[in-house]
Design a protein around this ligand. Structure first.
Ligand code: NAD
Ligand code: DAU
Length: 367
């Protein structure tokens, strides 16, 4: 039996991880620590709060004494650190919180883990500090370049990826210098339920339903390697079970798509869904298909993201060979499941799209 501290567990991947873990490891205890920023939502944890082996704590990973207390009081042996500012566009407009949470916050977590697990009363007990990172730390690939491996030199290009790279280095240093039992996973773009609708796929789905423009940055030919979020969660589970301390594992979907192709695919699938259902057409009467148009008619090319990375792709051979990792969800099934989830969970996305998010988005496209 393990006792986990899941930071950022009310966010997109964190919440999926919590649901995954409670199903796969019902004997374990989970404590979620989340600051509930705009990206964190208690409704994403519906159904967990009533479970005896689950506890939610509203707090900041930068609060070292709180984290120490949680590790001690609950006798926790594992940290899985999802907590972060995660949106590249926001990091361009306002990098400060990215440094505060991703760098200083992660360092604070490391200090708490060191104090309790290495220097304190729990010293000598088995432990694991798992840090969830991103493929963006490796920079941008040219079309002919091979996918990122764990030894690809770091070359972060946005304030977001630079802050994640800094946190990865701190995690590595706490292993090398102090012997903290750490692992890091670097994953490609996730999609699936509970993703905040500022990220490409949910933004496109919801904008189609509400007949808003589908903004394509630049020429739309940037490439991302998409992974269904449950496959990321399983990858982290495998790293926790079989990963070697001090090691880094890449997790990816072997599933590269140009942005414009993703948007066109989502348009086609949402059109099909609405065309086949009177109920959906009644619920979303402004959607183009209800007026005899295609969703693609909403596609609008907009000014490019500054410093926009051209291509990401992950080589997950090490995870496959050492951990037995392979994605289970195909993109064909995963994207349909995701669209169905957003169609079924209107209350969730209306709830998270509050005024501050709308204001921020409107400023984005003011140009
Ligand atoms: P998210 O933005 O949806 O969620 C982040 C969560 O962290 C939110 O619940 C937020 O409230 C919480 N949080 C933020 N600052 C905090 C703080 N100081 N203390 C405690 N909680 C805080 O992010 P996500 O997309 O779920 O990403 C989770 C992690 O996975 C991040 O570290 C991100 O870098 C990494 N990652 C994301 C992707 C992706 O495609 N989304 C891919 C690879 C890696
Ligand atoms: O690669 C992993 C990373 O994936 C994670 O570390 C980040 O936390 C996560 O946000 C994601 O970063 P991206 O910048 O790749 O994701 P995003 O959904 O913001 O954008 C995907 C691509 O789509 C990117 O090339 C920018 C483009 N885009 C995005 C938005 C929001 C558009 O063309 N239009 C848009 O409106």
């Amino acid at each position: 039996m393990h006792k986990l501290l899941v930071t950022g567990g009310a966010g997109f991947i964190g919440a999926n991880f919590v649901h995954y873990w409670l199903t796969q490891h019902p004997q374990d205890r989970l404590v979620v620590l989340d600051a509930l920023t705009y990206a964190g939502n208690m409704t994403s944890l519906a159904g967990c709060l009533e479970q005896e082996n689950f506890r939610f704590v509203h707090g900041d990973i930068g609060d070292q004494s709180l984290v120490e207390t949680l590790l001690l009081e609950d006798g926790l042996d594992t940290v899985v650190n999802f907590a972060a500012e995660s949106h590249v566009d926001r990091s361009i407009h306002g990098p400060d919180p990215f440094v505060t949470t991703n760098v200083v916050g992660t360092h604070s977590l490391l200090k708490a883990a060191k104090k309790v697990w290495l220097d304190g009363t729990l010293a000598g007990r088995p432990h694991r500090f798992h840090h969830v990172s991103t493929d963006e730390v490796y920079g941008s690939l040219a079309p002919e370049e091979s996918p990122f491996t764990e030894t690809t030199p770091y070359a972060p290009n946005s304030p977001y990826s630079a802050s994640k790279a800094a946190s990865d280095h701190l995690v590595r240093a706490y292993h090398h210098t102090y012997g903290l039992e750490v692992t890091t996973s670097n994953c490609s773009n996730n999609y699936g339920p509970y993703q905040f609708p500022e990220k490409l796929i949910p933004l496109i789905i919801l904008n189609i339903l509400e007949a808003k423009q589908l903004p394509i940055y630049g020429d739309g030919l940037n490439i991302r390697d998409w992974l269904y979020v449950d496959d990321h969660c399983r990858g982290i589970d495998l790293v926790l079970q079989k990963g070697r301390a001090g090691e880094v594992y890449n997790i990816g979907g072997n599933n590269e798509w140009r942005n414009i192709e993703i948007v066109q695919l989502v348009c086609t699938l949402v059109d099909e869904k609405l065309a086949a259902s009177d109920t959906l057409r009644q619920r979303f009467p402004r959607s183009p298909v209800c007026l005899g148009h295609k969703a693609e008619s909403l596609i609008t090319y907009v000014k490019d993201r500054p410093g926009h990375d051209r291509r990401y792709a992950i080589n997950a051979e090490k995870s496959r060979n050492e951990l037995g990792y392979a994605p289970l969800e195909s993109f064909e099934t995963g994207i349909r499941k995701t669209i169905d989830w957003y169609l079924l969970n209107e209350a969730w996305w209306r709830g998270v799209m509050n005024g501050s998010y709308r204001d921020w988005l409107e400023k984005q496209y003011a140009h």
